[in-house]
Design a protein around this ligand. Sequence first.
Ligand SMILES: [Zn+2]
Length: 207
Amino acid sequence: MTPNAALLVVDMQNDFMPGGALAVPRGHEIVEPINRLAQRFANVVLTQDWHCPGHASFASSHPGRQVYETIDAFYGPQILWPDHCVMGSHGAALHPDLDIRHAGLILRKGYHKAVDSYSAFLEADRETRTGLDGWLSSRGITEVVVCGLATDFCVGWTACDGRHFGLTVKVIEEASRAIDLDGSMARAHRNMAVAGANFVTISQLIG
Ligand SMILES: [Zn+2]
C-alpha cells in the first residue's frame, strides 16, 4: 500500500469474540484475514475499547435499566451494553491470534467514565478527540482503511469520523463483522456511504 495509507484495526478484543461478554457473531473469522492484510501496510493502528468499571455505557451502571435499552445521556442517545472490555481484563485484551507486531499505535478509547466512544477519532460527546487525527496527520497519512468489530458501531463511527477529519476512507466489510441490533447495520452502511466512505474488498485493495 502507499506510504500515506494506514490500516485501522478496530476492537479485535476477546469480549467481542464468540463467548465474550459482548460477542459479535463470527467475529473470530476475521482474525486471519486481518493478519494477512496488515502485512501489506507499513502503518497499522490497533484500537481497544477500554472502559473503567462502572462505565456509563454499561446497563449495570443504571439501576432498573436493561441491556440493549437506549437512554438519553448528556451527549445524546446511548445504548446500554453488557459490561465489556473493562480495562486490564482478559476480555479487553486483543485476540491472542491477532499477529500484527509492526503496529505502530495501540489506541485506547472509552476510558472516560461518563462518555462512550465508538469512534477511534471522537468520543460520543462529539468534541473530545482521542488524538488519532493528530497521530495520522503528523505522519502524512491521508487515507485510512478500516476493518474489525463491529461494522455497525465502532467501525462505522470510525469510518464516518475519518471523513470528518478529511481523510480518504475505505471500509473492508469482509474483514469486519456486525452486531446488527434493530437495523443498526443498514443504518451504519447508509451513514458511511453518505459520509463518503468507500467500500472495498480485500482483493480490490491488494490485488
Ligand atoms: Zn464499549
